[in-house]
Design a protein around this ligand. Structure first.
Ligand code: G6P
Ligand code: ZN
Length: 544
């Protein structure tokens, strides 16, 4: 087997976004497009000769092809060993788990998360470092710089490997090990949670659950953990056969896209607990019977109940949330007497806090929750955490959430997305807001008075790195907030996200409808940002 050096020329559009490089499959099919990016990853790294690389993806269309290319390129570039999930499958949290467990140098994850898949869908690739987490900006910036001047890549001339058979083979001098995609991850889950207690809950005739894999990567994980190890009936799983096109769905676990699950949980004889995970298994949505738990509340409630879970019994070091996530978790941190951290959007910002032992639990409004057990957010982990809490407390999801609000007050929270907006108009909207900060401060809108308006900037408390322009915040004197951000994960046009939050200590008002409770703030947002005029839209595309 010989190493081929192929000359190539740069592509101008290979800047990684919030979570790696995401493009249409057809873009990745452009000759050398994938190879250029992979070589740029390797060229940005130092000291990996003879080390281990983990490779796996969410199983979407193009996954298998991309993995064969990456294996041959990793071998040609001098990795000593490559561990790849069977069939090319590793959920994002499982990849993080495997990188950590086997002290790998890093990993390449093929995923465009919840974005639609298939020939006309999206594909994505990202690099994770040895701590199991997404590469920090320092590395993604270096990768991008290299993509702009790359002139050649290295690949081994070899035939494709059989990815479906567990075991070792060789690519040149490099050992390739096909591993069980689920086993290491399932073992880790078993070490964190009280499986015996959860088993009892699932065996009880008074409790039923439904998990929706959305035809994406979590199906086999849910089968092994929920059914084989915890004894849930097979009927507790739906859409758990992974498909390359995700069944033409949009595997984003929210009230809009996880409609199959929502129908069941809001239907007749609804189960007690429902959950879904996204394309690559790192997001989660939690439902009770006819009851939705916002991701922000979920993080707050898991933190407040962490003492029920064996892995977190000893207490939490701190709680971290992304800036647009509601402030509900901060209230729990304050009561527990621990630190709370506010980071920019993107899981990568939690890595340093977790590594430094400053935070134990992390979460984002975008349906991501996780802990220091890996360095990615983790969908099934959140499901198991909830099941562990339900098993310990023997109360319904709704009762637990409402009790939480009684104790801490309720943070009403909603996100309005305007998808596929013209990029220039979206930028104008954001720039207009930036020019108004001084004038907004102290301004009154009905019952609300602006306490501050700024562009969120974050200084990492561990390495001192600064990230500017992370979203526009308008805070009011009663702790309510309006936040504007442009998505960093879309592949077409711009997506404007409006995040709205108010705080309600009065228990009598806790059962208000969220949109109703936030109505005035939503109107203020439109007034200040001219959303309807500038996006040309009357309504958001998605409300969560
Ligand atoms: C990915 C990241 C998350 C982030 C989310 C939303 O899922 O892993 O950390 O919160 O994207 O990003 P966006 O830029 O689209 O709001
Ligand atoms: Zn995801």
């Amino acid at each position: 087997m010989s190493i081929k050096v192929v000359s190539t020329s740069p592509f101008a559009d290979q800047k990684p976004g919030t979570s790696g490089l995401r493009k249409k499959v057809t873009v990745f099919q452009t000759p050398n497009y994938l190879e250029n990016f992979v070589q740029s990853i390797f060229d940005s790294l130092e000291g990996f000769a003879g080390q281990t690389l983990v490779v796996g993806g969410d199983g979407r269309y193009y996954n298998r092809h991309a993995i064969q290319v990456i294996l041959k390129m990793a071998a040609a570039n001098g990795f000593g060993k490559i561990m790849v999930g069977r069939g090319g499958i590793l959920s994002t949290p499982a990849a993080s788990c495997v990188i950590r467990k086997y002290n790998a140098f890093g990993g390449i994850i093929l995923s465009a998360s919840h974005n639609p898949a298939g020939k006309d869908g999206d594909f994505g690739i990202k690099y994770n470092t040895g701590n199991g987490g997404p590469a920090p900006e320092k590395i993604t910036d270096a990768i991008y710089d290299i993509t702009k001047s790359i002139s050649e890549y290295k690949i081994l001339e070899a035939s494709n490997l059989d990815l479906d058979r567990i075991g070792e083979s060789k690519l040149g001098d490099t050992v390739v090990e096909v591993i069980d995609s689920v086993a290491d991850y399932a073992e880790l889950m078993e070490s964190l949670f009280d499986f015996d207690r959860i088993k009892l809950l699932l065996a009880s005739p008074d409790f039923s659950l439904r998990f929706d894999g959305m035809h994406a990567v979590t199906g086999p994980y849910a089968q092994e953990i929920l059914v084989n190890r915890l004894g849930a009936p097979a009927s507790a799983l739906q859409n758990c056969v992974p498909l390359e096109d995700f069944g033409d769905g949009h595997p984003d676990p929210n009230l809009v896209y996880a409609h199959d699950l929502v129908e069941v949980l809001y239907g007749e004889n609804a189960p007690d607990f429902g959950a879904a995970s996204d394309g690559d298994g790192d997001r989660n949505m939690i439902l009770g019977r006819k009851f939705f738990v916002t991701p922000s509340d979920s993080l707050a409630i898991l933190a407040a109940n962490a003492h029920h879970v064996p892995a977190y019994k000893g207490g939490l070091a701190g709680i971290a949330r992304s800036m647009p996530t509601s402030q509900a978790p901060d209230r729990v941190a304050a009561r527990l007497g621990i630190e709370s951290y506010e980071t920019p959007t993107g899981w990568k910002f939690f890595g340093n806090l977790l590594d430094a032992g400053k935070a134990t639990l992390c979460g984002e409004e975008s349906f991501g929750t996780g802990s220091n057990h890996v360095r990615e957010k983790d969908g099934l982990w959140a499901v198991l955490f909830w099941l562990n809490v339900l098993a310990a407390r023997q109360q319904s999801v709704e009762a637990i959430v409402k009790e939480h609000w009684q104790l801490y007050g309720r943070n009403f929270y909603s996100r309005h997305d305007y998808e596929g907006v013209d990029s220039d108009r979206a930028n104008t909207l954001v720039n207009n807001l930036r020019s108004k900060f001084a004038e907004l401060k102290g301004q009154k809108f009905g019952n609300y008075e602006v306490a501050f308006a700024d562009d969120f900037s974050y200084t990492d408390p561990v390495d001192g790195s600064v990230s500017n322009n992370q979203g526009i915040r308008i805070g009011f004197t009663d702790d309510s907030r309006i936040v504007f951000r442009l998505s960093g994960t879309g592949t077409q046009g711009a997506t404007l996200r409006l995040y709205v939050e108010s705080y309600e200590p009065n228990i009598a008002k806790h059962s208000l409808d969220t949109q109703e409770a936030l109505k005035e703030l939503i109107e203020i947002a439109d007034q200040v940002a001219q959303i309807k005029v500038l996006t040309g839209r009357d309504q958001p595309t998605v409300i969560t």
